[in-house]
Unconditional design. Structure first.
Length: 118
């Protein structure tokens, strides 16, 4: 079984580790089963099956991910707003939820907050 996020801030580190090792199932495990993920062009995918398809396609391109600067999570009960400042001048924003076992998983993921410049 893959390592679980013990704190919401762990999700970003686990994402980079799993993506760079080509672990699609490990990436899907970071999300709740009905999570929503924003994708290029203003679209979104929802649910484990669609998130799996998206990451399988993305990782097939051989892309590598660089860790950014993980910001402290903003918490309210079992919810947390997570974010990472990326080296290429962008940032991520996600909503994570504490699971019954105490681990954290993303419910909403916006991997590119800053729109591309002209």
């Amino acid at each position: 079984m893959s390592e679980r996020a013990r704190e919401p801030e762990d999700l970003a580190r686990l994402f980079v580790e799993r993506a760079n090792s080509g672990d699609v199932e490990g990436l899907v495990a970071l999300y709740e089963p009905d999570a929503v993920l924003a994708v290029a062009g203003g679209g979104q995918v929802q649910g484990s099956a669609h998130i799996r398809e998206f990451y399988a396609s993305l990782l097939a391109e051989g892309r590598q991910f660089t860790p950014g600067t993980v910001r402290p999570a903003l918490r309210k009960g079992n919810l947390a707003l997570t974010s990472t400042v990326l080296t290429e001048g962008n940032a991520t924003a996600e909503v994570a939820r504490r699971q019954p076992d105490g681990s954290w998983r993303w419910l909403i993921d916006q991997p590119r907050v800053v729109p591309p410049g002209p």
